[in-house]
Structure formats: structure tokens, C-alpha cells
Design a protein around this ligand. Structure first.
Ligand SMILES: [Zn+2]
Length: 194
């Protein structure tokens, strides 16, 4: 009798242990799920405008243009003007009939300047530390520092004013940076329909 009693007690205790284990597992799962969802929330909230780099659609900065020199992070490309091999952390769009240049996304014009080597340059700051940079622009640009621009807005026209790429003719030398580091614009622009 005593033996059966103690075995029954053992069974009851084991049932409690199982119940507690399952409870702990459920709580652990709940905490994991809560942490994961908090993480993804904070990632989406990085930008003031609530835009996520990965989901923002960037407009191609020119229409009917041809990519005459693509981005290269380490591979050397020949610069026909300077007669030297160099890396080219930019995309060169050669104009055809349309000289207009479009802002690739909503943002604020953060810099406009002109120098001999780069021609006139416009920089636009977007959400999440993304900056788009337009070089070899004609000097009579449509925007000034502080202007709010929207995606697709015409900010100016291309020219052959960038002395270090003079032989390319009228073109846009387009760069993008994230937190100040040059990135490959191909990762952001849908260039299938340029
Ligand atoms: Zn270039």
C-alpha cells in the first residue's frame, strides 16, 4: 500500500515537473518572439521619415540614358580623359535626348557646389543616412541648399562640365553614400527600366 502511494506521489510530482518544463518552454518562446519583433521594429524606425533603406524605391536619375561606365569598388576602369586606370565608385549615365536629372528619392538638398574637376554637384540627403550625389551637372541648377525635393523631381540638367570625365560628353556621374561610405547605386536603383 505504502509503495503504491509513493509511486502515485512520484507520478504526480513528475506531472508537475513536466507542466513546469512546458511552461518554461512556452515563456522562453514568447520572450524570443517578443525580442525578435522589437528588433525588427527598431530597425524600421531608424529613419525620421520612417523609410527603410531596403524597402525605399529609388527613381533612376535620368530617362533614356545609357550607362557608359558602371560602378566598380575595386576593379580598375580606364579613364579616357585622364588616360589612367582608376576605380569608379559611381555610375555614369550618358544623356540622349533628355538632359533632365531627377532626385532619386524624397529628401533635402544638403550641398550645391561647382569646381573644375567635378563640374556642378548637387547632394541630396535622404532617410537612413543615404545621400545621393549628382556630378557633371550644368551650373544653372533648379534647387538650392535646404530645398525639400520629392522623388522624380527635376533638379537640373547634365553637362560636360566635369573636367576629369570631359571625354564622356554630357553625362551624369552619380554616386550614393550611406553614413558617408560610397555604396553601389545598382543595389538601390531599379536599372532595368533606365
Ligand atoms: Zn564617372
Amino acid at each position: 500500500m505504502d509503495k503504491t502511494n509513493s509511486e502515485q506521489k512520484k507520478k504526480i510530482v513528475m506531472n508537475y515537473v513536466y507542466a513546469i518544463l512546458i511552461g518554461v518552454l512556452v515563456i522562453a518562446c514568447a520572450i524570443t518572439i517578443a525580442l525578435v519583433s522589437t528588433n525588427s521594429n527598431s530597425r524600421a524606425d531608424i529613419g525620421d521619415e520612417g523609410l527603410d533603406v531596403s524597402t525605399t524605391t529609388y527613381v533612376v536619375p535620368m530617362k533614356n540614358a545609357t550607362v557608359v561606365k558602371d560602378y566598380s569598388g575595386s576593379e580598375l576602369q580606364y579613364n579616357d580623359t585622364l588616360k589612367q586606370w582608376e576605380i569608379h565608385k559611381a555610375i555614369d549615365f550618358k544623356a540622349s535626348d533628355v538632359l533632365d536629372v531627377y532626385a532619386v528619392a524624397d529628401g533635402t538638398v544638403s550641398n550645391v557646389y561647382t569646381n573644375y574637376l567635378e563640374g556642378t554637384v548637387i547632394e541630396i540627403s535622404h532617410a537612413n543616412g543615404v545621400v545621393s550625389i549628382y556630378k557633371s551637372m550644368a551650373s544653372d541648377v533648379n534647387v538650392k541648399v535646404g530645398d525639400e525635393v520629392s522623388a522624380g523631381q527635376v533638379i537640373g540638367q547634365v553637362s560636360d562640365g566635369m573636367a576629369q570625365e570631359l571625354n564622356t560628353g554630357a553625362h551624369l556621374h552619380f554616386e550614393m553614400t550611406v553614413d558617408g561610405v560610397k555604396v553601389d547605386p545598382n543595389d538601390y536603383l531599379a536599372l532595368g527600366d533606365k
